[in-house]
Design a protein around this ligand. Structure first.
Ligand code: ADP
Length: 448
């Protein structure tokens, strides 16, 4: 079972890592392809625009009415001056052509800048025309995608080889951002699904661990229960055998002795059944409290009386320091004394084998609360144990604690009941030195 669990966890972890790596590379691939696709379409569109712009470049060498009217004196010269694209089209006209070409190539609303350059006599590049943001985009070579295309008169036209050299530049600012934006939903969805798988895996592993813990606890509980019932059952069986003995039947004293053993063991089993029943009632929240005014001091004394015999046997004692000036609370008599009984029982049970139990019970009160401290000189417990003792079924598994039997239900009951009395409980302890349980219960408020 444990091995299957480990194998499943490892396998799922491996496949998760695989899926994530795969997903990552698929995403990168997708981004790369989209970038190349955009670039290709930009190039295609630019070539379309360039072709259109230069379509008539060669035709009009001999007839330039506009240029002729603007510069009438140079008319004859102008007639032979090569036509430039930048001279024929305004920025807005060129922009419109770009937008049209981009639309044809599935690049609607793509941000772009453009410019047309020519060369002066020294061969330096000169910008003839450019959209307002072109220079900035053109210089940002890191983020912009720049493409250029020569504007030449078409072969076979009159202007071939006569026109001046011009180059059409297009710059797409922040190409990467554009690519990511166009893939936003696909990236988001794939990240989201990956996160969902991770979360589901986490929850599954946690649930499996919790189940494992529950299975262990159940096992422990059944072991404990079997042990707890086995002892009285075998004691009773022995006592009954003894009672059948002729000699014992004759002897009244012995008869009494054996029957009292049977009675005692019977009561012990009854207490166990009660404990288990109480725990299940607690879980189903079936316990209803009947609050009455209670004197904490008298409950403490009565509870201590129950342990007189056990303490005598172990040569221990209980010391009282009942300093609280007010000790009346509103509580359920049965459950409140059960709580105190459980705490004293633990103080006696978890005593050291080498030292008699010395238990100190102290109370103190302020206007609102009564503080009850139950202190022992027993085996104590580690920090980790202290954190878990109030959990149902929890029992410390170290040292000689295992010699002492129980169901691990006592303190979870004490805690639930303390809370039902609107109180608090805390524990301080150090291994080998002893433990202190402190209860803080609200005092009954006098309505005068
Ligand atoms: P149980 O006594 O039946 O095991 P409890 O809920 O009463 O169950 O106690 C839980 C665990 O807390 C015990 O198994 C023991 O390890 C630890 N514990 C409780 N009280 C004391 C104490 N006074 N001193 C040392 N350990 C204690």
């Amino acid at each position: 079972m444990k091995r299957i669990f480990t194998i499943i966890t490892i396998l799922i972890s491996l496949s998760l890592v695989g899926i994530i790596i795969n997903q990552n590379s698929a995403l990168r691939n997708m981004i790369f392809l989209r970038r190349e696709q955009i670039k290709y379409n930009v190039e295609l569109s630019t070539r379309m625009v360039a072709e259109e712009l230069s379509r008539h470049k060669g035709d009009n060498v001999m007839s330039l009415p506009k240029m002729g009217t603007v510069f009438p004196d140079e008319f004859s010269l102008d007639l032979f001056r090569p036509v430039s694209v930048s001279g024929r089209f305004t920025v807005d006209q060129i922009r419109a052509k770009f937008i049209h070409a981009f639309e044809q190539n599935h690049l609607e609303n793509i941000p772009f800048e453009f410019g047309i350059t020519s060369f002066d006599r020294l061969g330096n590049m000169v910008f003839e025309k450019a959209s307002p943001g072109f220079l900035q985009a053109f210089q940002d070579t890191v983020n912009s995608f720049i493409y250029n295309c020569a504007l030449q008169a078409q072969s076979g036209t009159a202007g071939e080889n006569l026109t001046i050299d011009e180059v059409l530049f297009v710059a797409i600012p922040n190409l990467n951002k554009l690519v990511l934006k166009s893939l936003f939903w696909r990236i988001t969805i794939s990240i989201l699904f990956t996160l969902i798988i991770l979360a589901a895996f986490y929850v599954t592993v946690r649930t499996m661990l919790a189940q494992k813990k529950i299975a262990e606890i159940k096992n422990d509980f059944i072991n404990n229960m079997t042990h707890e019932f086995k002892t009285p059952i075998s004691t009773i069986s022995l006592a009954v055998d003894a009672l059948r003995n002729e000699k014992v039947i004759q002897d009244r004293e012995k008869m009494n002795f054996y029957s009292s053993i049977i009675k005692e063991e019977n009561e012990r089993m009854n207490r166990h059944v009660e404990t288990i029943l109480k725990a299940s009632q607690l879980e189903k929240q079936e316990i209803t409290l009947h609050h009455t005014p209670l004197s904490v001091h008298s409950v403490l004394k009565e509870a201590a009386d129950n342990f007189k015999l056990q303490l005598e046997e172990k040569k221990g004692n209980i010391e009282f320091h009942l300093n609280a000036s007010k000790d009346i609370i509103e509580g359920d008599e049965v459950h409140f004394s059960n709580m105190i009984n459980n705490l004293i029982d633990n103080a006696v049970k978890y005593s050291k084998e080498t030292e008699p139990p010395q238990i100190k019970i102290t109370t103190a009160s302020n206007g609102k609360f009564i503080k009850i401290k139950i202190e022992d000189n027993g085996i104590g417990m580690s920090r980790d144990t202290q954190k878990r003792i109030f959990e149902k079924f929890y029992r410390a598994h170290t040292g000689n604690v295992h010699n002492v039997k129980g169901f691990g239900l006592g303190l979870s009951y004490v805690k639930a009941m303390t809370e039902a009395h609107r109180g608090k409980i805390k524990v301080e302890s150090s291994p080998g030195k002893g433990s202190v349980f402190t209860l803080e219960i609200p005092l009954m408020q006098q309505t005068v």
